[in-house]
Structures are given as structure tokens and as C-alpha cells.
Design a protein around this ligand. Structure first.
Ligand SMILES: CNc1nc2cc3c(=O)[nH]c(N)nc3c(CCO)c2[nH]1
Length: 373
């Protein structure tokens, strides 16, 4: 187990990279999918299950945990790993995105963001320094800079203002984070759907010499081709020997296309949120278990899966659980979905090692296109 945070590219296939992040709490095999554990829990899952599915790292949220139960309280209780019983790496988002998407009465100034809690309306201020302090109190392994994610579509001058503010905040976060060998602070590239601003943001962040870089400001409703175009202009400006994390992405198709453009890490609520809404991800595409067509179907979701949720339960039973709003329905479908996402990532990692990434993507895409029988 290393005391340092290191990233190694083990193999490449075109722009796709098979890598490995080593840090004191464990090794992260990339390309990696990080299940979202917003409030210190991957909803409806035991942490042992999440680990057994192949997750090397989960995502936590500064915004949610600072509001409840409170960062100082989590610190007093031994930090987020101890609190949630997840001893492996945790990446925490910085809170800016969640403030903009969840809280009311928020204001952004040079100093930071002020907002009211979406839980009880209490007022809060969060500066870049306070965000890093909170992530430190949570004992987070990979900490994200505080940034401003521009909602799209937006005017160029608005995108530029937010991108430049985020750059100044990156510098302040780097100073606040200081030198913590076994941990990392990632910068976040902004710039909306503007190639020139994306390049400027990436080049400026690269000059800070950070341990990793996220591509933010995407998966905010733009078409997939716009997101992919922004990766085509952003990734080449980021250091090849540092991890690249595409925030909030995405569907299986988004992921395979983004790995092909040089992305190493992903997080997305889709597999967990869809599981709670009766939607299953499988190698034959999506299956909506709310649909009455499943009411008498004795087949499992995927007889070839090694996940009991996919292999051992009939669609009829899953349909019944979802229609009856039974907790087990959300549990089994979340289990299935995270299992599918982790098996997708394992397949991508293997394909890059074998130099057959394009062929493998064609095979999985054909499975989705064939659709569920
Ligand atoms: C679902 N789409 C999405 N786009 C994002 C974009 C950003 C972003 O630009 N900055 C930060 N800090 N977080 C982001 C997050 C939350 C992480 O999943 C995003 N999530």
C-alpha cells in the first residue's frame, strides 16, 4: 500500500487508457465508475455489496454532509470511512454544483457561495477554503475544488465569467489543500460548450500541476455530441500522466464513448436512481419493470449474470415489487444496475489491455441495440 497518490497508465488503445491510481486506502483500476454515495450511503446498498460488485471508490458530497449530519460531527466520529464503514478511497465533490441544483436563495461572489439549506432553510457560506476544510474533516481521499458549473445554454460572457472564477478558486483550493501526500485535490475544467474557453481552462489548470483533473460543466442537458466535442478539445490539453474524471456521466453509451476520448473516471446517479424507479440496465439495454408486459414473465433479467439480482429473480416478481413499491424492488434493481455498470467497466479495462477497444464497444453496443427480448 503506497503512502503517496500515484497514477500509472498501464496500456492504451487509441486515446483510451487503462490505468491505476494507488493511494493509502487502496488501488483504483481505471477506467473506473464511482457509485454515488451522496449522504454517506449508496442508496439501498450495503457497502460490502458495493465493494463485492467491483467498486474501488465511491463518491460523497460535501453539500449534503455539511448540512446533515455536519462535517465537524463526522470528523468527531472518525471521518466518513469510519462513519459509513467504507475503508476504500472516497472522492468528495466540493458542493458548488449541489448548491446550484438544490438550494434556494443562493448567491455567488468572488468570496464563495452563500445559500440556504434545502433541508431547513438555514443560511450557509461556502468559500473555496471552507469547501476544502469540510472535505478534510470528512477525511476524503480525493477532494474537488470549489467551482461554478454554468447551466447550458448560456451566453459566452457568462460561461467565461464562471470559468475564470473557477480558475481563481482552483488556485485558492490548491493553497488551502496544501501538501497531503496520500491524498489529492483535483481541479475542474469549465468552459461550457465553448472550445476556446475549454482549452483556456484546461491549460490554466494544467499549469497548477495538480494530481488530477475533472471535466465539469457537462452532462447538464447538452446533446451527447456536444459533450463529446468538448472532450475532444479538453483532454489533449490535460497532462497525459494524470487521471481525468468526467463529472456526472453517464449512460453506458456515454461512458464507452468518453473512455475512447481519454477519460479515466466517472460518477453518475443513473444506475442507483434508475434502480429506485423500476428501471434495470442490462447488456441488452434498459428494461422498465413497471411495464405490464413483465407481469407473467418467469425469466430473470439476465440468466448469464453472476449477480443474484439479475440471475435469480423473475421479471414477474420484480414487476410485482416495483408496482407494490416494495423496498426490495429498489434494492434488487440497484444491485443489478451497479453490477451491470461495474461489469461494463471491467470489460472496457480488459478490452484496452487486449488492444481491442473498438471491437469490444461494437459488441456491447450491438447488445444494447438488439434490445431486451
Ligand atoms: C449529472 N451531471 C453532472 N454534471 C456535473 C458537473 C459538475 C461540475 O461542473 N462541477 C462539480 N463540482 N460537480 C459536477 C457534478 C456533480 C458530480 O457528479 C455534475 N453532475
Amino acid at each position: 500500500m503506497s503512502t503517496e497518490f500515484t497514477f500509472k497508465v498501464l496500456a492504451t488503445d487509441g486515446k483510451a487508457r487503462r490505468g491505476e491510481i494507488t493511494m493509502p486506502r487502496g488501488t483504483i483500476r481505471t477506467p473506473a465508475f464511482m457509485p454515488v454515495g451522496t449522504g454517506g450511503t449508496v442508496k439501498t446498498m450495503y457497502m460490502d455489496q458495493v465493494r463485492d460488485l467491483g467498486a474501488d471508490i465511491i463518491l460523497g458530497n460535501t453539500y449534503h454532509l455539511m448540512l446533515r449530519p455536519g462535517a465537524e460531527r463526522v470528523a468527531r466520529l472518525g471521518g466518513l470511512h469510519e462513519f459509513a464503514r467504507w475503508p476504500h478511497p472516497i472522492l468528495t465533490d466540493s458542493g458548488g454544483f449541489q448548491v446550484m441544483s438544490l438550494s434556494k436563495l443562493r448567491k455567488i461572489t468572488e468570496k464563495g457561495v452563500t445559500f440556504r439549506s434545502h433541508i431547513d432553510g438555514a443560511p450557509y457560506e461556502m468559500s473555496p477554503e471552507r469547501s476544502i476544510e469540510i472535505q478534510g474533516l470528512l477525511d476524503s481521499d480525493i477532494q474537488m475544488q470549489l467551482d461554478e458549473c454554468t447551466a447550458l445554454p448560456a451566453k459566452e460572457r457568462e460561461i467565461e465569467r464562471a470559468m475564470e472564477l473557477s480558475l481563481r478558486w482552483a488556485d485558492r483550493c490548491k493553497t488551502a489543500f496544501g501538501d497531503q501526500p496520500g491524498k489529492a485535490m483535483f481541479g475542474i475544467v469549465q468552459g461550457g460548450d465553448n472550445a476556446r474557453l475549454r482549452e483556456r481552462s484546461a491549460q490554466s489548470l494544467a499549469s497548477l500541476g495538480l494530481k488530477g483533473y475533472a471535466v465539469g460543466g457537462l452532462a447538464v442537458g447538452e446533446p451527447q455530441d456536444v459533450m463529446l466535442d468538448m472532450l475532444d478539445v479538453t483532454c489533449p490539453e490535460l497532462p497525459a500522466d494524470k487521471p481525468r474524471y468526467l463529472m456526472g456521466v453517464g449512460t453506458p453509451d456515454d461512458i464507452v464513448k468518453s473512455v475512447a476520448r481519454g477519460i479515466d473516471m466517472f460518477d453518475c446517479v443513473m444506475p442507483t436512481r434508475a434502480g429506485r424507479h423500476g428501471l434495470a440496465y442490462t447488456r441488452r439495454g434498459k428494461v422498465n419493470l413497471r411495464n405490464a408486459r413483465h407481469a407473467d414473465d418467469h425469466r430473470p433479467l439476465d440468466e448469464e449474470s453472476d449477480c443474484p439480482a439479475a440471475r435469480d429473480y423473475s421479471r414477474a416478481y420484480l414487476h410485482h415489487l416495483v408496482r407494490s413499491q416494495e423496498a426490495l424492488g429498489a434494492m434488487l434493481l440497484t444491485w443489478n444496475n451497479l453490477s451491470y455498470y461495474q461489469s461494463l467497466m471491467q470489460g472496457l479495462r480488459d478490452a484496452i489491455e487486449q488492444g481491442r477497444y473498438a471491437e469490444h464497444v461494437a459488441e456491447v453496443s450491438e447488445g444494447w441495440a438488439r434490445g431486451d427480448i
